[in-house]
Design a protein around this ligand. Sequence first.
Ligand SMILES: Nc1ncnc2c1ncn2[C@@H]1O[C@H](COP(=O)(O)OP(=O)(O)OP(=O)(O)O)[C@@H](O)[C@H]1O
Length: 265
Amino acid sequence: MTETAMRNTVTHEPGPAVVSLEGVSKIYGDTVRVKAVNQLSLRIGAGELVAIMGPSGSGKSTVLNLVAGILPVTSGTVRVGGQNPADLSEEEAAVFRRTRLGFVFQDFNLVDTLTIQENIMLPLMLAANESPARMRRRSRAVAEQLGIGDVLAHRVHEVSGGQAQRAAIGRAIIHGPQLLLADEPTGNLDSAAAQDVMRIFSDLNERRGVSTIVVTHDARTASWCKRVVFIKDGAVHSELYREDDRLAFYDEILNVLKLIGGEGR
Ligand SMILES: Nc1ncnc2c1ncn2[C@@H]1O[C@H](COP(=O)(O)OP(=O)(O)OP(=O)(O)O)[C@@H](O)[C@H]1O
């Protein structure tokens, strides 16, 4: 496949940008310098479900952390919902992340000592502007939507990996974030649980228009997204847009991964 063919030219018109990166570079270290992201520009429209793929060390997680405002850029501009995280104080940035973004991680990052329901309620508890009864009602509704209404009273070690990740998704969406950021959300799951999790992201995106970025090594996971951005050496290498057929998209993704390296699993 040629690079021109990979950069699908069908007209896609995403909504207003929820994320835009312009000429963004990130260099780690002072003495030993690692250029993890190199003049990268990327626009993600509101309501998009996008995967970021690329070989190990290509800069995927760094890009996600730059979008989240967890890492400062070395140069260039990042905007999330029109806001440049660099313009915010540390405290404002923390509030921005807590109220406007939702995070999902490979290892779930649930609090072991809390129940599944308490984990899902956590962002509401931190915001401290809702009554306990309302927080419980909202967390139950989210859990039922995600198919884990029956394990709300369980501790984290009493649920499966797939249920734990669904709880983490519940925690990520309960406050109605503008943008969901997921770093290898299916990396610790078996194939069936991974498909369930991606079906949930896809449903949230289609029914509720939740803008989502998923970093993944896994072509099957990426095939649930509508667009895949391939990163190599810290810059955008190519992109694919999904038409209707998810399995055909999966094959197209594997072909690009063969070309640029990356597992595909
Ligand atoms: N805190 C850090 N300090 C120094 N170098 C770092 C740091 N974090 C990442 N790097 C380097 O930056 C480059 C990009 O790393 P990053 O984790 O963003 O890549 P990735 O594509 O997410 O990799 P993987 O798929 O293996 O998770 C790599 O060369 C990595 O070694």
